[in-house]
Structures are given as structure tokens and as C-alpha cells.
Design a protein around this ligand. Structure first.
Ligand SMILES: C[S@@+](CC[C@H](N)C(=O)[O-])C[C@H]1O[C@@H](n2cnc3c(N)ncnc32)[C@H](O)[C@@H]1O
Length: 260
């Protein structure tokens, strides 16, 4: 068990029950930094998945989140867009957590290197051991250990709606920096397309308590314009389930004629 796991506080039982219903059971490190230290309790989640006879990813989808097949559906849509057919040699994932997208990504392609940036030490250690990925030092919003233009596929799922605007924005610059010309950038953000009045009402009445920064919204245009300014063109978008409502998955391709 890693140091971060030993130093965790279990949040109040009532809050945990409610968070469990919306797919967000968390522990919080005593070394709390800007909401980045909230993560699923490693041991308890693994135990529950084993008891249910499911992989941890399927346990999260089927039991905790009540959205069976949600991760596979996103992976299938990315497959349909040719993201995996491009045979990425290097993949980088921010905030893989339990590895539910990581595991399914590795079924679709065979990268030579899969880097992760994950603040939850017990999960990062588990992913390194189980899938042979490379865990990079993770300090808030930097991909400093990854050289410029070195990654074919950069992805983050259900991460940017759990961190502050500044953490997300800083990561966006870094994601554009490390992506190779022609490479893909895939992530989801809770945009205006996920926030009609009914969804806002659902969040306000049923979602989110007990977590400082969840769910965080991100203006879609700001996001798309920023990536365009960094030489990354929006290729596709689709909605996916998030907690009590939805999130928007955006797929960008970095221009072939940019080094930026
Ligand atoms: C809601 S979970 C999503 C996990 C996984 N991507 C999934 O969809 O199952 C958010 C993940 O991001 C991680 N995280 C939070 N802040 C981070 C940061 N600043 N850098 C990297 N990972 C972070 C958390 O530890 C957690 O594993």
C-alpha cells in the first residue's frame, strides 16, 4: 500500500453513500492540493470488484455508476473515428484512476510506451504492475517528464470535470505540447451541451456534494478555440454519461504542419 493510501481520510458515511449513487466514492489525502487528491479508495474498490466477480473497470461502470457498457461505448466510438487504427506507438493518459479506459485502450492497440500521470499513488502503482505502463511524476498540471511532440494519443477521461479550471487549462497546453503532428487528443469536459436546464436541475438536486471541484464545467468554445490556437483541430465530439447527467468527449487532431 502506497504512502498516499495510508494518509487518507474516509469522508463522512452519508456523503459517501450519496457519492456512491452518482458514481463518486472518494477518499481524500491529508495532503490536499486544489482538489487533485480525491480518488477512489484502492483496497475497498478492488475488494468490491472481486466480490462481484467483475474487473474493476466493469465494476465501476456496472455497479458503482449504474452505466453498464459506458466505457466500452466511448472506446467503440473512438475506434469508429480511427483513433486506434492509427496504431499509436506512444499513448499518454492523465488521471487513469482504476485503468478502465487504459485496459480497453490496450485491447484496441499495442503502443510501445503507455505513460500515465496519476496523482493517486495506489492506483498508479497498480497500473504499473498490472499493465506495464510508465508512471510519470505528477504534480498538479504538468507533463514535464514527456518531451515535446512525442505522443501519438493523449487522453483523459472523467478528469477535467473533477479539477479546477486552472488545472484543466494548464493540462490543455501541455497536451498540445506533447502531441506529435497528426496525433490525437481525446478528453471529456462538461460543456454547455451537457447543461440544459433539466441537467442543471438534476446536478443541483442530486449530484456532486462532498467534493470541492466536482462537477466542474468548461466552456466548449474556450476549449475548442484554445486547441485551435495550439494547432489542434476538433475532429469529432459525442456525449457520454457522467454522474447524474453527461459530459462531452472531444477528439482533436494536431496539424501535420505544426511543431507547436
Ligand atoms: C473521476 S476519476 C476518473 C478516473 C478514470 N479516468 C476513469 O474514468 O475511471 C479522476 C482521476 O483523476 C486523478 N487526478 C485528479 N487530479 C489529477 C491531476 N491533477 N493529475 C493527474 N491525475 C489527477 C484522480 O486521482 C482520479 O484517478
Amino acid at each position: 500500500m502506497g504512502a498516499a493510501n495510508k494518509g487518507t481520510l474516509v469522508v463522512k458515511a452519508g456523503v459517501k453513500r450519496l457519492l456512491g449513487r452518482v458514481g463518486f466514492d472518494i477518499v481524500r489525502s491529508t495532503n490536499h492540493r486544489q482538489g487533485v487528491d480525491d480518488f477512489l479508495p484502492f483496497e475497498a474498490t478492488m475488494r468490491a470488484a472481486r466480490a462481484a466477480g467483475l474487473s474493476v473497470g466493469d465494476y465501476l461502470d456496472d455497479v458503482m455508476n449504474g452505466t453498464p457498457g459506458a466505457t466500452q461505448s466511448t472506446i467503440d466510438k473512438l475506434g469508429g473515428l480511427g483513433v486506434f487504427a492509427a496504431a499509436p506507438r506512444t499513448v499518454l493518459e492523465i488521471g487513469p484512476g482504476s485503468g478502465r479506459y487504459l485496459e480497453k485502450t490496450l485491447k484496441e492497440c499495442s503502443p510501445e510506451r503507455y505513460e500515465i500521470y496519476e496523482t493517486a499513488e495506489p492506483w498508479a502503482a497498480y497500473l504499473v504492475e498490472t499493465f506495464g505502463v510508465v508512471a510519470r511524476p505528477t504534480a498538479g498540471a504538468s507533463l514535464a517528464a514527456t518531451p515535446d511532440a512525442s505522443v501519438d494519443l493523449v487522453q483523459a477521461h472523467k478528469v477535467f470535470n473533477t479539477v479546477t479550471f486552472l488545472v484543466a487549462a494548464r493540462y490543455f497546453f501541455e497536451m498540445a505540447r506533447v502531441t506529435r503532428p497528426g496525433g490525437r487528443i481525446v478528453f471529456d469536459v462538461m460543456t454547455e451541451n451537457c447543461l440544459d436546464p433539466e441537467a442543471v436541475h438534476t446536478w443541483a438536486t442530486k449530484g456532486g456534494p462532498g467534493h470541492d471541484s466536482y462537477p466542474a464545467a468548461m466552456p466548449r468554445r474556450a476549449c475548442v478555440d484554445l486547441f485551435a490556437s495550439l494547432g489542434c483541430r476538433l475532429e469529432a465530439e459525442f456525449l457520454a454519461p457522467l454522474g447524474v447527467a453527461s459530459t462531452e468527449v472531444l477528439v482533436f487532431q494536431k496539424d501535420f504542419d505544426t511543431a507547436g
